[in-house]
Design a protein around this ligand. Structure first.
Ligand code: ADP
Ligand code: MG
Length: 722
């Protein structure tokens, strides 16, 4: 490590926030190959380096004692290398042993061996006489106490040692090939020394300390309390930036022209009177929330989430009827053909008595004949002039459907959307953000409602769907039978089959689900067919049918229809049945190789049963042998609450999957934890909302810095995805 030399500067390094954007090249003391290595690591600017946060800390004010026994907790010790030894085994393999003694050695009993297998670079780095800091879990191997593959750092005999690397709470940064944690620590230390005062990225009153101080303290904290306080500020700053994104996205939509799309509610009331059940409290609440949005000229942008079976369809239909009564078309888009058709059939049954015209549009077939020509010009003129009477007249004149049901092909095919007042996207988690964008491109924004059966933990609704208003169905209809879930290993399959047969004999129906690993169409069909061969005879004389993604749509419909009518009793299927299928008499689901499915997906699948008043069963046949796999099975047995499952899923998989850039379009998080830091997220969100409420375009002089911050981060986000 060269001593800090004065920076070689070309031009002037700008102050304040701009300083953070300075490229690393302008650091005179960092050589070009090092800079290149940092680039490869994704670090290009001062800010990148300063927000390359430590992955953990070692308290080197007081090292741990050399351990005498195995411990669960890793130890951090400092010692001298007494000797090294390299031994070959099994031909080309080798192990490298380093014997360490405490730096102030008097008792030999304190020795410990560090061992690496087949790692060449370690052999080159460690030699007798050096001083090492070692971090790892001591294990007993025969007579010896040993740490295998510890993290380590070779201490250099120079003066920098004491001030940067030792006698303090020492940061350990994520390192990479060619850039050790030790190098990063030195560079960051040096850069922090050059850092000017920085303006806070937070609105007044939120930060606990100046921004520069927080950056300094998170890398080189004086004590644990200061570290905690610094981290809080930085997480808050990160979340606030994220909420600026979300707020800006939302402000954009709010500023676009929209219209009110809400009728008086006569159709709605007629529909509700006709339903054979009372609405749940949650359904009523959601309908009221949507109704208020529809009545406002501000474009609705709402997500309705609720567990499988919570009754989202009725809410969707209620919303559509309000739009229809106001003289608009409403469309609902489902992720699969099967689901679109199921919606269509249900809607027809409910709506025909009300005299509402409804049509099915999917990629592969059209239920009604082609749409009659529609006088788009006259319609657009009426919309532009806000001429409601004319609009009603145009509507009466033609035979155009008032409600369109389809797959997302609806968005792309030449369907007349010129009077679309409300678009509903069912099972949003199956769609990307792009489809939503396609709707938002309409000249006058329709109201948009997206529905998802994945209950979303609160933190995520504040981030991933932060630009949406949220309605929650947190209540299941009262008539639901219980679902009993049992996870069993494959040896129990015969018992499970007996159990299913008993219920078939009692008049119930069943699903048998299995995963397909192969993606290719031909192989999938083959595997599905082979599987089916096995099941047919088992359940005879009850009828069994096979459903998978490669069956042509007409045939698929026919199969579903027969199952719905109880002409077949067992449906052997791939995950095509995952979403939305509703057959109340089907009360048993057997899932084979359940360990191969994700937690959320298993919960979705299970939601196909328990839809009537009969007690239902979900049998998970699995070969799980990892702690995560077993945890998954246990979670499913223990709860059928979708919110609990979603949180467990988030814990098991981490939010990365869900918060990934491509899904959310949000900047990745470097320090905040969406699960653990919920309170800070709420704080940041409230602050951002307050900001946008007072100044939607961030035009006020005191808010210009936020506008600039936003522009800057957006540029980065775009650069990342392209
Ligand atoms: P999901 O939220 O999973 O889309 P659905 O809308 O398909 O759920 O509803 C599941 C079933 O519950 C349907 O058969 C529906 O008719 C019925 N249902 C909806 N609301 C109620 C209610 N308030 N009381 C009883 N049954 C209801
Ligand atoms: Mg549904």
């Amino acid at each position: 490590m060269p001593p800090p030399r004065p920076a070689k500067r070309t031009g002037t390094v700008p102050a304040g926030l701009a300083w953070l954007e300075t490229p690393l090249e302008s650091l005179g003391w960092l050589q070009t190959p090092r800079i290149r290595a940092l680039h490869r690591f994704g670090l290009r600017t001062f800010e990148d380096l300063l927000t390359h946060f430590p992955r953990r800390y070692e308290d080197r004010r007081e090292f741990d004692r050399f351990p005498q026994e195995e411990t669960e907790k890793p130890v951090c010790i400092c010692g001298n290398v007494l000797k090294t030894a390299s031994r070959r085994f099994q031909g080309w393999r080798f192990m490298f042993d380093v014997t360490l003694a405490p730096a102030d050695a008097h008792a030999l009993s304190g020795q410990i061996v560090c061992r690496w297998y087949n790692v060449h670079f370690v052999k080159k780095m460690i030699a007798t006489g050096q001083r090492l800091v070692v971090f790892g879990r001591p294990r007993r191997r025969g007579k010896q106490l040993m740490i295998e593959h510890p993290e380590f750092e070779v201490l250099e005999p120079d003066s920098e040692e004491e001030s940067i690397h030792l006698r303090r709470i020492t940061p350990v940064h994520p390192a990479t090939e060619g850039i050790t944690a030790r190098l990063l620590r030195s560079w960051i230390h040096q850069l922090l020394a050059e850092m000017p005062e920085l303006p806070s990225p937070l609105p007044p009153g939120l930060a606990g300390m100046p921004y520069a101080e927080a950056l300094r303290a998170v890398h080189f904290p004086e004590d644990w309390e200061t570290l905690h306080a610094a981290r809080r500020d930085l997480v808050l700053a990160e979340f606030f930036t994220m909420q600026l994104f979300v707020g800006a996205k939302r402000a954009e939509v709010v500023l676009r022209p929209g219209e009110a799309h809400c009728g008086a509610g006569r159709l709605l009331e007629a529909f509700h009177r006709e339903l054979p059940f009372p609405l749940t409290g949650a359904q009523n609440r959601a309908i009221q929330e949507i109704r208020a949005d529809l009545a406002s000229p501000r474009p609705m942008n709402r997500i309705l989430h609720g567990d499988v079976g919570s009754g989202k369809t009725v809410v969707a239909l209620s919303a559509m009827l309000l739009a229809v009564e106001a003289g608009y078309q409403a469309a609902i888009m489902a992720p699969t053909q099967i689901l679109a058709e199921q919606h269509y059939l249900n809607f027809k049954r409910w709506l025909e008595p009300l005299g509402v015209r409804i049509a099915l549009r999917t990629g592969s077939r059209k239920e009604e004949s082609a749409l009659p020509l529609f006088d788009e010009q006259a319609w657009s003129a009426a919309v532009r002039d806000g001429d409601h009477a004319r609009r009603a007249e145009l509507l009466k004149r033609d035979e155009e459907p008032q409600i369109l049901v389809g797959t997302h092909a609806l968005l792309y095919e030449g369907v007349s959307f010129s009077r679309l007042g409300l678009a509903i996207i069912d099972e949003q988690h199956k769609f990307g953000v792009l489809q939503r964008a396609a709707l938002i491109r309409q000249p006058v924004l329709p109201d948009v409602l997206v529905m998802t059966a994945t209950p979303i933990p609160r933190t995520l609704t504040m981030t991933l769907f932060g630009d949406l208003d949220v309605s929650t169905l947190d209540e299941l209809p009262a008539n639901r039978g219980k679902i009993v879930t049992a996870a069993r290993d494959a040896s129990k399959l015969p018992d499970a089959i007996e159990f299913i047969k008993k219920h078939l004999a009692a008049g119930r129906q069943a699903y048998v689900v299995y995963p397909l690993i192969d993606e290719s169409a031909k192989l999938e069909a083959k595997a599905a067919a082979a599987e089916f061969e096995k099941w047919g005879p088992i359940f005879a004389p009850h009828r069994c049918e096979l459903l998978h993604g490669r069956i042509p749509p007409e045939e698929k419909d026919a199969i579903m229809e027969r199952f719905r009518k109880n002409q077949t009793q067992v449906l052997v299927a791939t995950t095509v049945i995952e979403v939305g299928i509703d057959v109340p008499n089907a009360t048993i689901m057997l899932i084979e190789n359940a360990e191969r499915f994700g937690l959320a997906q298993l919960h979705q699948l299970r939601g196909r049963v328990g839809r009537g008043s009969h007690k239902s069963y979900c049998i998970l046949i699995h070969a799980a042998d990892t702690p995560e796999g077993l945890e998954k099975m246990k979670t499913l047995e223990a709860t059928s609450n979708g919110f609990e499952i979603a949180e467990a899923d988030l814990r098991l998989r981490g939010p990365g999957d869900i918060l990934g850039t491509d899904q959310s379009g949000l900047p990745p998080l470097k320090i905040g934890d969406v699960l653990a830091d919920t309170d800070l997220m709420q704080l940041a969100r409230t602050a951002a909302q307050r900001l946008f409420a007072a100044d939607p375009e961030l035009a006020k002089p005191e808010n210009l810095r936020f506008r600039k911050l936003l522009a800057e981060k957006r540029k980065l986000a775009l650069a990342r995805v392209s």
